[in-house]
Design a protein around this ligand. Structure first.
Ligand code: HEC
Length: 125
């Protein structure tokens, strides 16, 4: 068999097999496809919208202001509240991680107050 015949033989048989396989697949897909059921009526459709009630993660008031200013840009306070009570070193590392890794724009001067707040309200000395 010369190369030319070999190539043409492969390609025409190959194309035929591909078409056959594709047709088979389409027939199979058509046979197994089921029409999705219409969605059932929502039993809560008449309910008014009720937002979940959550405890504020941080006590209100002035001491929390720097935390609100610096820590609420990217995520909720739940990120803080759901942490285990961390030591001063732990919170300092956490705040540093926010700054260094995630780019939190927290001035160096504000870090000690933030860490103290975190230790006092959600930490252990
Ligand atoms: C620039 C955005 C940004 C700011 C500002 C920011 N964080 Fe985060 N923080 C993140 C990201 C991103 C994660 C990781 C989110 C995730 O894994 O789903 C995170 C996660 C956390 C976590 C979960 C534990 C961890 O290390 O992943 C804690 C606790 C946390 N932040 C505390 C703070 C505190 C405290 C402040 C303020 C001092 C702060 N964040 C400010 C971006 C920020």
């Amino acid at each position: 068999m010369n190369l030319r015949r070999f190539q043409s033989g492969i390609s025409s048989r190959g194309v035929f097999r591909a078409v056959l396989a594709l047709t088979g697949a389409l027939v199979l897909a058509a046979a197994t496809t089921t029409v999705p059921e219409a969605p059932k009526a929502n039993p809560h459709a008449a309910d008014p919208w009720v937002l979940p009630v959550g405890e504020p993660a941080l006590p209100e008031g002035e001491p929390a202001a720097p935390i609100r200013r610096h820590c609420a840009l990217c995520h909720s306070f739940d990120y803080i509240a759901t942490q285990p009570r961390l030591s001063r070193t732990g919170w300092a590392a956490s705040v540093e991680k926010m700054r260094a890794k995630y780019g939190a724009p927290i001035p160096t001067n504000d870090v000690p107050a933030l860490v103290s707040y975190l230790v006092k309200h959600h930490g252990k000395e």
